[in-house]
Design a protein around this ligand. Structure first.
Ligand code: XIL
Length: 457
């Protein structure tokens, strides 16, 4: 008898095959990127985050800071792994228009031109936000503020016309918590709820080719805040207010982990007829648990056909806005972390960690009765993510295995050798573990079972 005691991990979703023209276009883009950026190094498909994502019809991006581009390993990691960038601060209002009507595009242009020269796409971040807003904006009266907002959107979008794949038109306009209310800001307080609609209409007129996104945090699962955003997007769609995409920032840590209904939440937004994007992903932590969380995020996006891409909020832990939480895919020395391998593997790529799939096993007796005992075997992945494992467990006649859980057993002719394979728990991030168990009827023999070595795939 086989019973499943705990839900298995979601397997990488393989339903989404190459999507015709888009994939070809992305592949062409990447070929271009490889030729320019990798100076001749052979780049087989699927061995970098960007290439593996492109194979799934998606992009894999990172936030970039202009002042780090001169650091050779920073630039090399960026160019090798990513095919989309978001300026981390350089397109915020205080960076672009610190004095009214006077625009400075230098640092943002540097990022945009560099990315486009390497075939990467660019996300624009962000036009209307309460934070990193120069003081003069807050001092304006309503009608002045309205024209300043529309002018800012128009000037900036026209400057970058044709160069930005998607803009975060409005960022973080909703409050946290259960109210579902809009956040107080100069825009909200002086222009009222209508400022968001006005911003999107102005944005569409300024660059009709750019995708227009609403972007926020704490909206990653189904909750009061995401419900409020959902209601706004549904309203916009029903009234023809131009909106093409919703960004989910996805800043996670132990207090705010990857929600269990992440994929379902992405899907309900997608069902409104908008694309969804993971825009600022970072997950505090380390090792296997961080890697598993990252894999869960990737799997959630791959499970939603309108989830068009993922952006992590920085290249290396050392420059993260939450550096103490080491939330990114490369450590401070630009070494790939277990989270990197888990992401690459979840994207269907190969070469994560550079190693071969491997696993180890350990056994313990978890319950003992006079007539029987329970055994548990823990399977731990090596330094590379694995998608499957098997291990032989041999009992001593006249012992018999009478029950198993969290695995799929098969038996040799004698009935004494049980080969256990996964039951939904085959995919393990580097260093991550899963366990299966079984009951052995002693029939007078109390010997421990013998474990074969673990085989991974
Ligand atoms: C952060 C940057 O990473 C920091 O460098 C800066 O000091 C503050 O802003 N939500 C957003 C991003 O939309 O723009 C923020 O970026 C992180 C939270």
């Amino acid at each position: 008898m086989s019973t499943s005691m705990e839900p298995g991990r979601t397997r990488p979703n393989r339903r989404f095959r190459a999507r015709g023209a888009l994939v070809l276009a992305m592949a062409g883009l990447l070929a271009g990127a490889g030729a320019t950026a990798l100076s001749g190094s052979a780049q087989a498909a699927g061995t970098t985050l960007g290439a593996a994502a492109a194979d799934k019809g998606r992009y894999f991006g990172t936030a970039v800071a202009a002042h780090h581009l001169g650091e050779a390993p920073y630039a090399a990691t960026l160019d090798a792994e990513f095919n989309s960038v978001t300026p981390e601060n350089e397109m915020k209002w205080d960076a672009l228009e610190s004095n009214r009507g006077s625009f400075s595009y230098g640092a943002a242009d540097q990022i945009v031109d560099r990315a486009r020269g390497r075939g990467m796409q660019v996300r624009g971040h962000t036009l209307v936000w309460h934070s990193q807003l120069p003081g003069w904006v807050g001092g304006l009266g309503a009608s002045d503020l309205r024209s300043a907002m529309n002018n800012h959107i128009t000037q900036v979008m026209q400057h970058y016309k044709g160069k930005i794949a998607a803009w975060d038109v409005v960022n973080e306009a909703f409050q946290d918590g259960s109210s579902g209310a809009r956040r107080s800001s100069p825009f909200q307080d002086k222009l009222g709820n209508g400022f968001i609609e006005e911003a999107f209409r102005t944005a569409r007129a300024a660059d009709p080719a750019a995708k227009l996104c609403y972007n926020d945090y704490n909206t990653d699962g189904v909750n009061a805040k995401s419900n409020a955003v959902y209601a706004m997007v549904r309203d916009f769609r029903s009234r023809g207010v131009p909106i093409d995409c919703v960004g989910f920032q996805s800043h996670f840590n132990s207090a705010s982990p990857v929600p269990g209904d992440y994929r379902a939440n992405l899907q309900r937004f997608a069902d409104l007829g908008v694309d969804v994007q993971i825009t600022e992903l970072d997950i505090e932590g380390s090792g296997a648990s961080q890697a598993t969380s990252y894999a869960n995020v990737v799997n959630a996006c791959l499970g939603v056909s309108r989830c068009t891409g993922i952006t992590v909020w920085g290249v290396t832990d050392k420059y993260s806005w939450r550096a103490s939480g080491t939330p990114l895919l490369f450590d401070g020395n630009y070494t790939k972390k277990p989270a990197y391998s888990a992401v690459l593997s979840a994207l269907g790529g190969s070469g994560g960690g550079g190693g071969t799939a491997s696993c180890t096993v350990s056994y313990s007796r978890t319950n003992d009765w006079s007539d029987r005992f329970n055994g548990s075997v823990t399977v731990t992945a090596g330094s590379t993510a694995i998608t499957g494992w098997s291990v032989a467990v041999t009992v001593t006649a006249p012992q018999k295995v009478s029950a198993t859980w969290n695995g799929t057993p098969s038996w040799d002719g004698s009935g004494n050798v049980m080969t256990m394979r996964p039951n939904g728990n085959g995919a393990l991030a580097p260093g991550a573990s899963t366990s299966f168990g079984f009951t052995v009827m002693k029939n007078g023999n109390n010997a421990a079972p013998a474990l074969g070595s673990c085989s991974a795939s």
